[in-house]
Structures are given as C-alpha cells and as structure tokens.
Design a protein around this ligand. Structure first.
Ligand code: GLN
Length: 186
C-alpha cells in the first residue's frame, strides 16, 4: 500500500514521519508527474488553503487530484486540507475540490486565539491529543456524513464516503492512531 502526500506547501513532512512510524510506504506529490505513481490513499496536509489551491492549479495537479477523489480514492485531510475538500465555506467565497458535503468556517477560532492544544474523543479511536493552529471547524455536515469529533460543541472531524476531514493536526502529536485508522479504512 502506498500513500500520496500532497507536498506543495504546509505541514506535509510531518505526515510522512508518522507514516514511517507505521511502516507505511508513501510518496510526496510535488508536481504533475508524481501523480503517475499509483497510490491507494491521499493526504491533504495543513498549511494555507489559498496558497495550496493556487499552487495545485498552477502545477496542473488540481483537476487530476479532484478526479481521483471523486472516483473514490481514500483521503485524509487536515486543517487547510479540510478547507480544500469542503463543498462550501461559510466565511469565504472560494470552493476548491468541493467533494465533501460539509460547510467549513476558516480561521474559526479567530487569529488571536487561533492556536491551542486539547484532548478530545475521536470516534473509533478514543481520546487523543488535538493541536489546533488557526484552524477551521465544521459548521454543518450533510445527513450522510459522519461526525467523528466535537470540541466545545463544534465539529472538528467528519467522514463522508472515502473522505475524512479533520480541523486539527494529528501529524504534529506523536499519536499515530488517526493515521492508523486511515490506513485501516483503505
Ligand atoms: N488558516 C489556514 C487556512 O485558512 C489553515 C491553517 C492550518 O492548516 N493550520 O487555510
């Protein structure tokens, strides 16, 4: 099994380190040619969604990645990655892949209080550390999406078919259980 990690901007290297711990093979996707390598799952890392969206378009990676997601490629998206998947943003006119029927609020915790650490329950996994960095949260999910985690009444993790979107950064804590769960789902 091989995982592709989108590596145009943001915290992609940390995902790779966690996958190494789990003995999972991966490739960093930096340019269009990298998409020729067959992958069984995709990771969309945190970072800056506007920059990632722009770079993916400029590098001609946007359309092929969107098509693969629509065709059912399993995706784990964290933070900015979740923003890229969202069908709608409640406080921004952009839509990127738009493949996940959730409404996401960018920088939902404000810019000042934007970064914090907590622990919370994550469905199918248990209690885990959660690091939020200028994070989004999910305002609403469609009926057929599953809520995976909530913090202070806000949805911070959801799944829909092949897609799993998380507000926080599991790759920054040394707890590999979310990634293990993702690999198990593939
Ligand atoms: N604030 C970023 C955005 O809107 C997301 C932050 C992150 O990925 N840690 O894209």
């Amino acid at each position: 099994m091989r995982i592709g990690i989108v590596a145009v901007q943001g915290a992609f290297a940390e995902h790779g380190k966690l996958l190494e711990k789990l003995n999972a093979d991966y490739i960093e996707l930096r340019k269009k040619e990298d998409l020729k390598t067959a992958i069984d799952g995709l990771i969309l890392p945190g970072g800056e969604s506007t920059v990632q969206g722009k770079l993916l378009r400029e590098l001609d990676m946007f359309a092929p990645l969107k098509a693969e997601i629509q065709e059912g490629l399993p995706v784990l998206a964290t933070c900015a990655g979740l923003i890229l998947l969202a069908e709608k943003l409640s406080n921004d006119d952009h839509v990127y892949f738009g493949t996940m029927p959730v409404t996401v609020r960018r920088n939902a915790y404000g810019r000042q209080l934007g970064s914090f650490h907590t622990r919370g329950r994550f469905a199918h996994v248990g209690e885990i550390p959660m690091t939020f960095i200028r994070a989004p949260y999910i305002d609403s999910v469609s009926e057929d999406a599953e809520i995976l985690a909530q913090v202070d009444g806000h949805i911070v993790g959801a799944a829909y078919k092949n897609q799993m979107g998380i507000s926080f950064h599991p790759e920054l804590d040394c707890d590999p259980r979310i990634h293990q769960m993702f690999l198990n789902r593939i």
